[in-house]
Ligand binder design. Structure first.
Ligand SMILES: *[C@@H]1O[C@H](CO)[C@@H](O)[C@H](O)[C@H]1NC(C)=O
Ligand SMILES: *[C@@H]1O[C@H](CO)[C@@H](O)[C@H](O)[C@H]1NC(C)=O
Ligand SMILES: *[C@@H]1O[C@H](CO)[C@@H](O)[C@H](O)[C@H]1NC(C)=O
Ligand SMILES: *[C@@H]1O[C@H](CO)[C@@H](O)[C@H](O)[C@H]1NC(C)=O
Ligand SMILES: *[C@@H]1O[C@H](CO)[C@@H](O)[C@H](O)[C@H]1NC(C)=O
Ligand SMILES: *[C@@H]1O[C@H](CO)[C@@H](O)[C@H](O)[C@H]1NC(C)=O
Ligand SMILES: *[C@@H]1O[C@H](CO)[C@@H](O)[C@H](O)[C@H]1NC(C)=O
Ligand SMILES: *[C@@H]1O[C@H](CO)[C@@H](O)[C@H](O)[C@H]1NC(C)=O
Length: 907
């Protein structure tokens, strides 16, 4: 004990401090790795996990400044594995001449024989920033092939043993842009406010080919690879040696390469660390440091009927643009350039589906890799998902001893069948996110495209399973929602054959599964009812068992129970004081209760939400969840804080989202809110791993997009940054739906997998956020001119510049935001087919159709229109033209005639 303390004190003393123009910091004296890094923008904030460095300073823990490699000599076929981490040997001969610290690493890089390679590392000040520069020299008489070279990156993403407030204030998240020579890493503070850090290549040899998770012993590393410490990754310059072994059979982000170093030859690689004051300055900083920057509009997910745009900011010309697989996208120059920006039209190949890599090759030979994803059209994605859920996921075995039939149940793609057993019982038990996800998707889909046969199954599911067993139907616990219908208790289900493929001890028994106390589960069931209410409201013929208002009231009572208590005073649920995933649907519920004249119910619901918002307004960190740190609460916190005018809390929430939701030229990371543990609660391949497009993407996009619509300067660079983040987050979860309609819970980002998880799991909240957030936005961009996020501008650049014609291409086609006018329009039925904005006539015409062609939805007979006008600079007093509309229960309504209707605004 005493010995340990002395050691740690000794450790603290032994470091090399440095200061550059923009940074101060410390290097560990014995290993020379980074242990502290503070920017002059805020010298009280340390990017490094300085305060716990000693807890993981020994062997086998990765830090910034370490190096990993795989190489082979001459004609050898086996790779030699080496790193500076496994067996650290204290460095004794470091010098500070011409550098902060230069060290020969030969002794500490185990397995590298001295007659093979010599490796040095120099920390230097580079144009005021910090840089680390490694040099490898071939000391052999034969060529040496470097099959992998990795630069581990560690900053303070360690939440272990920290309070929520401490975590928010001290910690950062690290996210990559795996863009080859234009690649970079961003290190953003959880608080969302700067300083942040951007890590760029020091030279053109340091290309960013892959992003590899670094495995550590989880017991001795402050809970490495757990909910409180996701773990560290490395920037891989070459990856061939992994691609042909551990990653065999997987299509990597970039083509794997290696380098052959001739006898006597040297090569250097390095990283540069630069502080930025604001997340919005990350891209301009990358550009200012000499690298090209790409901006895709609306992002890097392209539905088959959308024409995207790509702009690259570069000081040199573009030679060629290549795509892989062959012709997955076609690229045409937009002709006009603005400043350094070169623009392209990006059109998907109608036969393509899924990932599509693009390489922009500049005249200098620099290669900039971008990563796209091609989806079906939005309406087809919804139609396919609805069909898959109601055909493949419809479970009818009424002899099931757990009473799960009939239902829409979790699906396992690898066996193309239902998940009837899992030791995470909720996944097979129709509740919690992992088991309720599929019925949430099915219900939300019906609120957009009500298909009679699909609605019929959902009604049957409600009648025979939900309002029967998943929920309690009488007594003081009426409306209570069980945590799972499936459980592990052999004695309660005699003769049931629990699979020996699972380790069952610890799984919920019947009592645990039947608890009613998890507030999150009430959102799912209330969304199910609300989806059916909306389906019936817009297509009355689809409901055959109950009237639409029955579902509305069920939805309300389900929410009410979550906030109620038992006669003995005990509260019905835990966590109802936190923001809950998907609760945006409750705002719709509130408005619909009012519309249907359930006034006292609406008042009650509003007062419950007000008291939550009030509480959040007094909390330094109102973003709690079941976990130590999370990004699930922000949606609800923003929603009600905004609604009840707690502006500071709303603004703080948006800032926090900026801290964990990047925008980069990669479909997987663009708008991808940080999620890394839910494969363990809802995935088939269960592990802690950065998730691509789990529900955080679209749920956090809801506040980002809502906030965007309230900004008075929506065409400023700063506002457009938020729009890009939000739009990326909204589009993300459209990629989860395969061409067969299977909706995966998330994509595995580890390079040995790079695939969709086989479970549908908790895709539901992601789908909910996707459809509730779906929108087409039009704005005049300061650099690119008129652009649309989520639509095609079919006549913007033609002769008459006073008229814009937009065709929405988002999934729902029910919402429109015309940023220059601050005009926010939504309809509750049918679809927006075309929008004509005539500045000369001071008029916006919104043409509606009663359903999207090919959706199979029941055509709407009328559409109610809602609108709001944000006061934007240069805005006009835009008003709805009421002539030709009727005032109905849900507002002004347009009647469809021969399938068409129209709504007009003027100023
Ligand atoms: C880190 O080490 C210090 C002493 O060296 C110890 O007091 C502390 O509990 C450790 N922290 C964690 C999170 O394990
Ligand atoms: C390596 O292989 C080449 C071509 O097969 C051969 O010419 C050369 O002699 C080999 N070198 C050694 C050292 O085995
Ligand atoms: C050295 O090589 C051995 C055998 O390949 C491997 O088990 C060990 O992990 C390697 N050590 C390092 C430091 O990579
Ligand atoms: C360190 O320097 C001494 C003196 O120059 C030399 O003898 C020794 O081999 C060096 N050690 C290492 C690890 O390079
Ligand atoms: C990195 O080190 C090498 C070898 O000393 C040197 O030639 C190169 O200029 C350094 N790179 C930078 C950007 O300082
Ligand atoms: C694009 O280039 C201009 C210089 O023409 C620069 O001012 C701007 O910061 C760059 N923006 C981005 C996002 O790269
Ligand atoms: C709404 O309810 C109130 C009170 O029950 C009733 O007076 C009123 O007529 C109702 N309005 C509509 C439009 O149904
Ligand atoms: C919030 O403020 C706006 C504008 O002042 C006001 O119209 C609205 O009624 C307020 N909302 C609530 C719930 O108090």
């Amino acid at each position: 004990m005493l010995f340990a303390v002395l050691l740690s004190l000794a450790g603290l003393a032994h470091s090399t401090t440095f200061s550059t123009q923009y940074f101060t910091g410390e290097l560990d004296e014995s290993s020379g790795v980074l242990r502290s890094l503070k920017s002059s923008l805020d010298s009280s904030f340390d990017f490094s996990p300085y305060d716990v460095f000693n807890n993981r300073s020994g062997d086998s823990h990765y830090h910034t400044g370490d190096l990993t490699l795989r190489y082979r000599v001459g004609n050898a076929t086996a790779w030699i594995d080496a790193d500076t981490v496994t067996n650290r040997v204290p460095l004794t001969n470091s010098t500070t001449s011409n550098s902060i610290l230069s060290s020969n690493l030969d002794r500490t890089i185990g397995n590298v024989s001295e007659d093979h390679l010599s490796i040095t590392r120099a920390w230097t000040e580079y144009e005021g920033d910090l840089a680390v520069n490694f040099t490898l020299t071939n000391r052999n008489s034969q060529p040496i092939e470097i099959g992998s070279l990795g630069l581990p990156i560690e900053f303070n993403s360690i939440f272990t043993d920290r309070t929520a407030v401490e975590t928010l204030q001290k910690c950062v998240l690290v996210d990559p842009f795996i863009g080859l020579q234009a690649g970079y890493v961003q290190v953003t503070r959880l608080l969302g406010q700067g300083p942040h850090l951007v890590i760029t290549p020091l030279d053109l040899d340091t290309k960013f080919e892959a992003w590899r998770f670094l495995t550590e012993d989880t017991d001795t590393s402050l809970a490495y690879q757990s909910q409180v410490f996701e773990g560290n990754y490395e920037w891989q310059i070459y990856s061939k040696a992994y691609a042909e072994q551990e990653w065999k059979g997987v299509e990597p982000w970039n083509s794997p390469t290696s380098l052959v170093l001739s006898p006597g030859q040297s090569i250097s690689y390095g990283l540069r660390f630069t502080a930025v004051s604001d997340v919005k300055k990350i891209e301009p900083t990358v550009f200012a440091l000499g690298h090209p920057v790409a901006v895709g509009i609306p992002g890097y997910v392209v539905p088959k009927d959308l024409e995207g745009q790509l702009f690259v900011n570069t000081t040199v010309g573009v030679g060629t643009v290549n795509v892989s697989p062959d012709s997955c996208l076609s690229i045409t120059s937009l002709g006009s350039n603005n400043g350094n920006w070169i623009g392209y039209k990006v059109s998907p190949n109608q036969q393509a589906f899924g990932r599509c890599r693009m390489e922009v090759v500049y005249d200098t030979g620099v290669i900039h890799a971008l990563h796209y994803y091609i989806t079906d059209t939005g309406p087809s994605t919804l139609a396919n998902a609805g069909n898959f859920l109601s055909e493949k996921q419809w479970y009818t075995d009424t002899s099931d001893p757990f009473g799960r039939a009939p239902s829409i149940i979790t699906h396992d793609k690898s066996v193309d069948g239902p998940v009837l057993q899992d030791n995470r019982v909720w996944i097979a038990g129709l509740s919690d996110e992992g088991g309720a996800g599929s019925f949430v998707t099915a219900a939300m889909k019906q609120s957009i495209q009500p298909v009679a046969s699909e609605v019929a199954k959902l009604e049957q599911f409600v009648k025979e399973t939900v309002w029967a067993r998943l929920q309690l139907t009488n007594g003081s616990t009426q409306y209570g929602v069980r945590k799972s219908l499936f459980f592990y208790e052999p004695s309660a289900v005699p003769g049931y054959d629990y699979s020996s493929d699972f380790y069952w001890p610890g799984s919920w028994d019947k009592d645990a599964a039947y608890l009613l106390d998890r507030a999150y589960d009430y959102v799912h069931v209330s969304a199910l009812y609300w989806g059916l209410y909306r389906a019936g409201r817009i297509a009355p013929s689809v409901l055959t068992l109950r009237p639409s208002t029955w579902y509305l009231v069920q939805s309300y009572k389900t929410v009410l129970f979550a906030f109620g208590s038992q006669p003995d005073g005990s509260e019905n649920t835990y966590y109802n004081d936190l923001g809950l995933m998907g609760e945006t649907v409750w705002m719709y519920l509130l408005n619909d209760l009012r519309a249907e004249n359930y006034t006292s119910e609406a008042t009650k619901l509003e007062s419950i939400m007000r008291s939550r918002a009030e509480a959040w307004s007094t909390q330094e960190d109102p973003f709690g969840s079941e976990q130590a740190w999370d990004c699930t609460g922000q949606e609800g916190v923003y929603l009600w804080s905004k609604y009840f005018n707690y502006t500071d809390t709303a603004d703080k929430t948006i800032a926090s989202i900026r801290g964990y939701m990047p925008t980069v030229a990669h479909w997987g990371w663009n708008g991808n809110a940080r999620r890394y543990w839910d494969f363990t609660t809802a995935g088939k391949l269960s592990r802690i791993e950065r998730q691509i497009h789990h529900y955080g993407s679209s749920l956090n996009a809801l506040p980002m997009l809502e906030n965007y619509r309230s900004l008075s300067d929506p065409t400023s660079q700063s506002s457009i940054y938020d729009l890009r983040v939000g739009y990326g987050g909204n589009q993300g979860p459209t990629t989860n739906v395969g061409d067969d309609g299977f909706g995966s819970m998330s994509f595995h980002s580890f390079p040995e997998t790079l695939a969709w998880d086989d479970y549908t799991g908790d895709y539901g909240p992601g789908f909910l956020g996707q459809v509730l957030g779906a929108v087409a936005v039009v704005l005049q961009h300061p650099d690119f001119g008129w652009v649309s996020f989520g639509g095609n501008l079919v006549s913007s650049s033609q002769g008459d510049s006073d008229t814009l014609v937009l065709e929405p291409r988002d999934s729902a086609r029910r919402r429109l935001y015309l940023a220059d006018l601050g005009l926010d329009v939504s309809i509750d039925a049918g679809a927006i087919q075309q929008v004509t904005i005539s500045y000369a006539d001071r008029q916006v015409e919104v043409d509606l159709v009663d359903r999207v062609e090919g959706s199979g939805a029941v055509p709407a007979t009328r559409a109610a229109v809602e609108y709001a006008v944000t006061s934007v600079s240069g805005g006009e007093d835009v008003k709805l033209v009421e002539d030709g509309l009727t005032k109905g229960r849900y507002g002004w309504e347009a009647k469809f005639q021969s399938g068409k209707a129209k709504v007009v605004f003027e100023w």
